[in-house]
Design a protein. Structure first.
Length: 40
């Protein structure tokens, strides 16, 4: 199994993102890039 990087999230309207890094040995880690979006 190769190293993979998968995006998990909505198509529209999110202020952050979450990604899953999967290592060749099958272990995985979720990476949450919290949102804080820009407000006017």
């Amino acid at each position: 199994m190769p190293l993979t990087f998968t995006h998990h999230g909505a198509v529209d309207g999110v202020t952050g993102s979450c990604h899953q890094l999967t290592l060749p040995d099958g272990q995985s880690e979720l990476i949450d890039w919290g949102g804080g979006g820009v407000r006017s």
